[in-house]
Each structure stands twice: as C-alpha cells, then as structure tokens.
Design a protein around this ligand. Structure first.
Ligand SMILES: [Ca+2]
Ligand SMILES: [Zn+2]
Ligand SMILES: [Zn+2]
Length: 267
C-alpha cells in the first residue's frame, strides 16, 4: 500500500503548481477527482459556499491547517499529504474541541471491545485499548471501566466498508479509523478499518496503539490538532512505540475539557 502511494506521487512533475480551479492542466483526471474528494470530505465546514471557488477555499483551509503557505494552489506536496493514511474525522483548523465541546459528564466512562482484526487477538486488542485509554486518564480526572457485555459508553470495533453508520470505510489505506465525540448512541464509539493490516508493533502495519490513542482523543471530545507533534494530528505516522506519548498540545486540549487530575503522576 505504501509502495503504491509512493509510485503515484512519483508520476507527478516535481514542480507541479497549478491553480485548483479547472485550469489544472498537468493533472490527471483521477488526481483532480481525488483532490476534490479529499477536500469535500475533510474540509466540510466551508461547504456552504456555493461559488465556483469553494474548492479553493477548502484548499486554503487545508493549507492553513497543515501550516503551509495559504495560496489556494494545489501542488505535488499537497497531493502527497492527501495520499497519506489518516483518520476519517474532518479537520478544523486551530480547533482542538468539537463544536459545542461535548464531553463525558460522569467521571467513570465504560468501554467495550466488540471485535478484533485477524492480525491481533481480542486479548491483545484489549491490552492496547487499556494502554491507549490510560494515556488520557493519567492526565484528567476520568476513569475507564471495561465491560464485556451490553452497551458501553465507548464501543470499540473493527469493520470493513459500510458498517451501520454514515461513514463507510474505504478498503486498505486512506481512512484508517474514525470515532464519534461524546454522547449517547454512536457517541464516543471508535471504529477501525478491518481492511488495514493492524499491528501491535511487532510486524509491519498500522500500529493499533497509535491509532487507538488518537481515536480515543475524539471519543473524549478532542478534534484534530494542526500541531505535527500531537497525537491528534490527522495523518498517521509510524514511530517507535517506546517514545509514543501524548504531546503538550494533546494534554492542554484534554485538560481544557476535563481539568487536571489532582493526583496527577502519583499513580
Ligand atoms: Ca481504509
Ligand atoms: Zn482523527
Ligand atoms: Zn464507523
């Protein structure tokens, strides 16, 4: 999957810099379509703008989010970002919370792992989920309780394609997972694309701990961060699991919602 993406990027002229509106001469129909789809999907907030430049406005939003020069020009570097595996939740520049700041009001939040991918056993998934949730609960006065039956606040599962919510998964690559902000029903739930190759870090694939920690940030009420060091950055990055931790930005965001733990660092 990584190789296929790199090849697609290699086909682009290196100095490609084209205005987004239709004059995009050197761009293939497919690349044009993919860029449009990406902007519509991940930058829905300016979708009310009906003028022909609305895609340009979305591209500018994307450039702002990724801290690039905001000029509305599509280039090969942006296409490269668009082709990176990422979270399915849209980006809102400079917001760390969802609109209306939903959060859990009880200090005990339940979770349940309902399914696991073929690469990882249920036991391993449960261990990694507990580890991911602990990263957050160490910073805020919230406790997570695992349940193995019935409905939990945060239902966690793997699925492929359409899976009962309005956001079908897309096969290997691109969208890896998504999660819903706190609330009843789907609220808080975290879904992972079963078509990815999931790993606990011992083999090649998408590190489930990294993806789960990010998705649980959404389950707790955080939106995406434009800080590249944040766990809540929207694109997936591989790294050494030993060095994996929340960034200052993630902690600032989650404590803005829930406050600090009074016994922070002591347990
Ligand atoms: Ca996918
Ligand atoms: Zn996300
Ligand atoms: Zn889903």
């Amino acid at each position: 999957m990584q190789l296929a993406m790199l090849c697609t990027v290699c086909l682009l002229p290196s100095s490609l810099a084209l205005p987004l509106p239709r004059e995009a001469g050197g761009m293939s129909e497919l690349q044009w379509k993919q860029a449009q789809d990406y902007l519509k999907r991940f930058y829905p907030s300016s979708s009310k703008i009906r003028d022909p430049n609305s895609l340009e406005a979305k591209l500018k939003e994307m450039q702002k989010f990724f801290r690039l020069p905001v000029n509305g020009i599509l280039n090969s570097y942006i296409i490269e970002i668009m082709q990176k595996p990422r979270c399915g939740v849209p980006d809102v520049a400079e917001y760390s919370l969802f609109p209306d700041s939903p959060k859990w009001t009880s200090n005990v939040v339940t979770y349940r792992v309902v399914s696991h991918p073929r690469e990882l056993s249920l036991v391993i998934v449960n261990q990694l989920v507990a580890k991911a949730l602990k990263m957050w609960s160490e910073e805020i006065p919230l406790h997570f309780k695992r349940v193995s039956l019935g409905t939990a606040d945060i239902m966690i599962g793997f699925a492929r394609g359409a899976h009962g919510d309005p956001y079908p998964f897309d096969g290997p690559g691109n969208t890896l997972a998504h999660a819903f902000s706190p609330g009843p029903g789907l609220g808080g739930d975290a879904h992972f694309d079963e078509d990815e190759r999931w790993t606990d870090g011992s083999s090649i694939g998408i590190n489930f701990l990294f993806a789960a920690t990010h998705e649980f940030g959404h389950s707790l009420g955080l939106g995406h961060s434009s800080d590249p060091s944040a766990v809540m950055y929207p694109t997936y990055r591989d790294g050494d699991p030993k060095n994996f931790k929340l960034s200052r930005d993630d902690i600032k965001g989650i404590q803005k919602l829930y406050g600090e733990r009074s016994d922070s660092r002591m347990n």
